[in-house]
Each structure stands twice: as C-alpha cells, then as structure tokens.
Design a protein around this ligand. Structure first.
Ligand SMILES: Cc1cc2nc3c(=O)[nH]c(=O)nc-3n(C[C@H](O)[C@H](O)[C@H](O)COP(=O)(O)O)c2cc1C
Length: 170
C-alpha cells in the first residue's frame, strides 16, 4: 500500500473475525516493530504475543471488552525503564516514546497486510502484570489485538491543519 493510503486506511478495529493470522504475516508485523527507532538505539522494549484461543476469560481481565479477545492474537508492548535512554539535562526517560514508535510501526505494518489493530492504553495494569507474569522492572505500555477486521472504518475526525499547526512561534 502506498504510504499516504496506509496512513488513511488505519483505524481502530473494534470487531474481529476469528480467522487465524498467518505466521508469515505475524513475522512481518514483528519485524516492523523490530526496525523501529528508539532513543540512542537502546531498544528497551519487549513484545509479548498472546494467543487468545482458550484464554479469552483470562486475557479479558486485562481489558474488559468482548472484542479485545475476538482476534486470534493480542500483542503487548512493554518497556524496561532502566534500559531506556535518559536525557541528561532533566532526567527525562524516553521509554514511552520508544514504546509508542514500536507500537505504531507494528500497527501500520499490520494495516499494510490487511490486518486490524487497536491501540489500547485503558487496560487494567495490575491484571496485565499478573496475566503476563511480568517481572517488576517490566512495564506494559500498550496492547493491541491482531486479526482480520469484522467492522468498517468510520469517519476520521481530526483537527484541521489550521488548528493543529503553528509556524515560527506559538
Ligand atoms: C495512546 C492511545 C491509547 C488508546 N487507548 C484506547 C483504549 O484503551 N481503548 C480503545 O478502544 N481505543 C483506544 N485508543 C484508540 C483511539 O480512541 C483512536 O485511535 C482515536 O479515537 C482515533 O480513531 P482511529 O484510530 O479509528 O483513527 C487509543 C489510541 C491511542 C493513540
């Protein structure tokens, strides 16, 4: 898909078909995540791929929407704070930016392959830690189902460029 087309085609998919995601497509999506840039190339990221089949009730504890477990796969993007780049001047830690870029790479490649995704940040962090058996230093940042869409994109409601962009100064 041409890049501008891809950007326009991605939407938050909130209904999925049960059809399996081909291993090759999963690999391509994970490879896109792997190639994402991270601050100082620290790569403080871990991805956890969960197969939903037979684990629906358990995985739903992370995010209580039926569509969350409709897709055959759910992917968690996690960070390890101590591995991330920290800006010296004010100690700003780049882990969440890194995680967001990795998630976006993954999500856009999924769109390119005809797969659906949905950024999910409103998950239950405690349940996520428990279901994923995360060690203390690992922080879950975003989840997405990965599967074939069973819904249609709605209208993209966005600020106009006039409302979004300033030139030269505030
Ligand atoms: C950081 C982030 C967190 C989000 N968390 C959720 C979420 O927890 N649940 C959900 O249904 N959608 C979530 N979304 C999806 C947004 O609601 C959606 O991207 C936005 O409304 C624009 O719609 P679109 O993705 O279809 O273009 C999240 C999106 C982002 C970028």
């Amino acid at each position: 898909m041409e890049y501008s087309e891809l950007i326009a085609a991605r939407y938050s998919v909130r209904a999925y078909r049960p059809d399996p995601v081909e291993d090759e497509k999963l690999k391509t999506v994970l490879e896109a995540a792997r190639l994402a840039p991270t601050a100082a190339n620290r790569q403080p990221i871990q991805l956890i791929v969960m197969r939903t089949a037979g684990r629906e009730e358990e995985i739903k504890k992370i995010y209580r929407r039926s569509w969350f477990v409709q897709a055959p796969l759910v992917i968690a993007v996690c960070t390890i704070s101590s591995q991330a780049w920290v800006r010296e001047s004010d100690k700003f830690n780049a882990r969440l930016i890194d995680a967001a870029i990795v998630a976006d790479h993954l999500i856009l490649e999924a769109t390119n392959l005809g797969l659906g995704t949905c950024w999910i940040a409103a998950f239950n962090a405690e349940a996520a830690r428990s279901v994923l058996q995360l060690p203390d230093e690992v922080e879950p940042v975003v989840f997405t189902p990965l599967g074939y869409p069973a819904d249609q994109p709605g209208l993209k409601i966005r600020k106009s460029l006039t409302d979004l962009v300033r030139y030269e100064h505030w």
